[in-house]
Design a protein. Sequence first.
Length: 133
Amino acid sequence: MYRIKKTFHIAYAHRLLNHPGKCRDLHGHNGIVEITLKAPALDRQKMVMDFTDLSRTVKKWLDDNLDHKTILSKKDPLLKLLRSEGQACFETADNPTAEILAELIFKELVRAGLPVEEAAFWETPSAMAGYRK
């Protein structure tokens, strides 16, 4: 099995409803998204996927959806207020934890047709959550 990995940087804000600690307050992160693709064989160019093509697909989705956005649960009362003020927001079904964001990114890239093995979401340089099928 062949694997490639590429990282992407995003800036975002979020908060976690009903969290017992400081993450209950709106705050920001400089996150890193790490994508691992896999393939049992290489393509005609002897690649799992061209890094440029991978970057184009992943970066577009991240830029359109998460980068420089406020990411909030659909249950968060702040979501409606921020949107009414013109704030760019991304809505998640659950609290936007690193685990939820890793799963979301994984599923979106699979839907886009990429052979994703894992999506990892680094909330800070020392805290990462990953999602695999």
